[in-house]
Design a protein around this ligand. Structure first.
Ligand code: SF4
Ligand code: SF4
Length: 470
C-alpha cells in the first residue's frame, strides 16, 4: 500500500468530525473513460426505460409483479409454480457478480449500477449545467439566498422532481406492467388513488436519494459495497494508485519547473489533489483501495490529464491489481475465479435444461383437505380441487381433463369444458369415481391428461383414497 497516513481509515470522508454531513462537490470529470462511460450510460438508460414497453409473444420483457406473483424475464413468463427457476436465475446473477467482483473489483458500480448512472450521468450533469463546476457550486452554496440562488435552486429542484417522477413511472411499469401504467396515465389519478399514492412515494424516495442522500447509498447503504472486503483480494483488478511510481523513495512532491524529479528521488505524483476533487465519494485513492471507491474512473481521467500537462507518462492511477503494482505481476485467472466460473457454467446448463422442460400449461390436482372417500353405489368417489395455469399468450378455449389410469370417471363441477385466458389460471372442483376392483388398496396413483381441442397440453398425477379392506 501507499506510504500515506493511515488515519483516513478512522473516518468517512462524507462525515465531519462533529458528525455532520460533509457535502461533496466533485469536479466535473473529463477524459477518455468519462466519454466511454457516457456512451455506456446512454445505452443502459435506453434499455432500462424501454424494457417495460418491449414485448415478446405478448409478454413484457421484464416484469416483477410481486402482488400478483407474476414475473417475466427476457419475455418468459414465470409463475409461482416456476419459482425454483427464478431462484436459480437469481443465484446465477449473484455468482456472476461475485466472479466479476473477484476479477474486476467494483466494475459493476462504476459502469452499470443504476444508482451511479442516474446520479453521475443524469442528475450530476444537470447540476453542472445549472450550478456550474465544483468551485461555482461551493460558492453558490455559501452565498446568501439572493435572486440568483433562488432561481438556480428552484429550477434544479423542479427538474430533479420531474426526473424522479419519470423514474418512478418506469419503476412502476416494472412492478405492475406498462399497459396498466399507460392506462392509468390516461385516467384521473383519483380513479386509481392507491397506485397514484405509491407513485408519489416512489417519486419522493428517488428525489431524496438523488437530491440529498447521493453517494451515501454507495458508502453506507449498499450491501454489495459491503461485500468488497470478502470478494476482493490482491489479484483483483481495481482502480488503483501506483504508489511505487507515485511516491518513490522520498514521497510525492509538488511540480516545480526545471527540477529533476529522478535526481530528487520524488515520485510522479505532483500532489495536485485533482484525483480527490473529482471523486464523487470524496476519497483519496492514494490511500489505497477503499470501500467507498465505486470504481467510477473519474480519478484516472483527472490524473492522466495532469500527467499529460507535466509531461509524465499517464497511468499513475489506472486499472491494476495490488499484485501488479507491488510485484509487477500481470493479471492471472486464479483458482477462486475458475471455481466461480465452473459453478456458474453448471448452473447456466441446469437453468437452460429446466427452461426447455418447463411446460406452457401446468395442471395441479389436489385432494380436498379433510376429505377421504365416499361410496356412490358401486363406485368410490374422491373430491379434488384443480388449478390449470396457462403460461402462454394463447387462449385455451376448450380444455378438458381425461382420466387415463385406472379406468373410471372424471367429472368437473359446473362445466363440461374449461376456458383459460392467456397468462391466467382456472381453479375448480372435480370428482373422480373408480370401481373398487380397479384400486391398489387404500392409495392409488391416478394419471390425468389435459387436452385443448383434443391436443394433449399437460399430464399430471394425484392420489386416490379408497377403503383399506379392498
Ligand atoms: S477513488 Fe476514483 S474511481 Fe474511486 S470513486 Fe473516487 S474517483 Fe471514482
Ligand atoms: S491527480 Fe495524480 S498527480 Fe495529482 S494528486 Fe492525484 S495521483 Fe497525484
Amino acid at each position: 500500500m501507499s506510504n500515506a497516513d493511515e488515519s483516513f481509515r478512522d473516518s468517512i470522508s462524507t462525515i465531519t468530525k462533529d458528525g455532520k454531513r460533509a457535502w461533496i462537490y466533485p469536479k466535473k470529470p473529463k477524459g477518455k473513460f468519462y466519454d466511454r462511460r457516457k456512451w455506456v450510460s446512454y445505452l443502459l438508460l435506453t434499455i432500462l426505460i424501454l424494457s417495460p414497453f418491449i414485448k415478446i409473444n405478448g409478454n413484457q420483457l421484464f416484469l416483477f409483479n410481486v402482488i400478483e406473483r407474476r414475473f417475466n424475464l427476457f419475455g418468459i413468463a414465470f409463475w409461482p409454480q416456476d419459482f425454483y427457476l427464478v431462484v436459480i436465475t437469481l443465484i446465477i446473477g449473484v455468482i456472476f457478480v461475485a466472479l466479476f467482483t473477484t476479477a474486476f473489483g467494483r466494475i459493476f458500480c462504476g459502469w452499470i449500477c443504476p444508482q451511479t448512472i442516474f446520479m453521475e450521468m443524469v442528475f450530476r450533469r444537470i447540476e453542472y449545467w445549472i450550478d456550474g463546476d465544483r468551485g461555482a457550486q461551493i460558492k453558490l452554496d455559501k452565498q446568501e439566498w439572493n435572486a440568483e440562488k433562488w432561481r438556480k435552486r428552484l429550477v434544479k429542484w423542479a427538474i430533479f422532481f420531474l426526473i424522479s417522477f419519470g423514474i418512478a413511472n418506469v419503476f412502476l411499469a416494472y412492478l405492475i406492467g406498462s399497459d396498466v401504467v399507460l392506462e392509468f396515465i390516461t385516467h384521473s389519478p383519483f380513479e386509481h388513488l392507491s397506485t397514484f399514492i405509491a407513485l408519489l412515494i416512489f417519486t419522493a424516495v428517488f428525489y431524496f436519494v438523488f437530491v440529498w442522500f447521493r453517494e451515501q447509498v454507495c458508502v453506507i447503504a449498499c450491501p454489495y459495497g459491503r461485500l468488497q472486503g470478502v470478494l476482493l483480494d490482491e489479484k483483483s483488478i481495481v482502480v488503483a494508485y501506483d504508489y511505487k511510481r507515485g511516491e518513490k523513495q522520498n514521497g510525492r512532491a509538488k511540480f516545480k519547473k526545471n527540477v529533476n524529479r529522478e535526481v530528487e528521488g520524488v515520485g510522479d505524483c505532483i500532489d495536485c489533489a485533482q484525483c480527490v476533487h473529482v471523486c464523487p465519494t470524496g476519497i483519496d485513492i492514494r490511500n489505497g483501495t477503499q470501500l467507498e471507491c465505486v470504481n467510477c474512473t473519474a480519478c484516472i481521467d483527472a490524473c492522466d490529464a495532469m500527467m499529460e500537462a507535466v509531461n509524465l507518462p499517464k497511468g499513475l492511477i489506472r486499472y491494476a491489481s495490488e499484485e501488479e503494482i507491488s510485484k509487477n505481476k500481470k493479471f492471472v485467472f486464479t483458482a477462486r475465479m475458475k471455481g466461480y466460473l465452473a459453478v456458474l457454467l453448471i448452473l447456466c446448463g441446469v437453468l437452460t435444461g429446466l427452461l426447455f422442460l418447463r411446460s406452457d400449461v401446468e395442471a395441479k390436482i389436489l385432494r380436498l383437505p379433510g376429505q377421504l372417500y365416499e361410496r356412490k353405489g358401486e363406485v368410490i368417489s374422491n373430491v379434488f380441487t384443480y388449478k390449470i395455469a396457462n403460461k402462454t399468450h394463447n387462449h385455451y378455449e376448450n380444455v378438458k381433463m381425461k382420466l387415463i389410469s385406472p379406468p373410471g370417471k372424471l367429472i368437473t363441477v359446473g362445466k363440461d369444458t374449461i376456458s383459460i385466458l392467456p397468462n391466467t389460471q382456472d381453479l375448480g372442483t372435480m370428482f373422480i369415481e373408480i370401481h373398487p376392483k380397479d384400486l391398489d388398496g387404500d392409495k392409488t396413483d391416478v394419471i390425468i391428461e389435459v387436452y385443448n381441442n383434443n391436443e394433449l397440453i399437460d399430464k399430471t398425477k394425484t392420489t386416490f383414497i379408497g377403503p383399506r379392506a379392498f
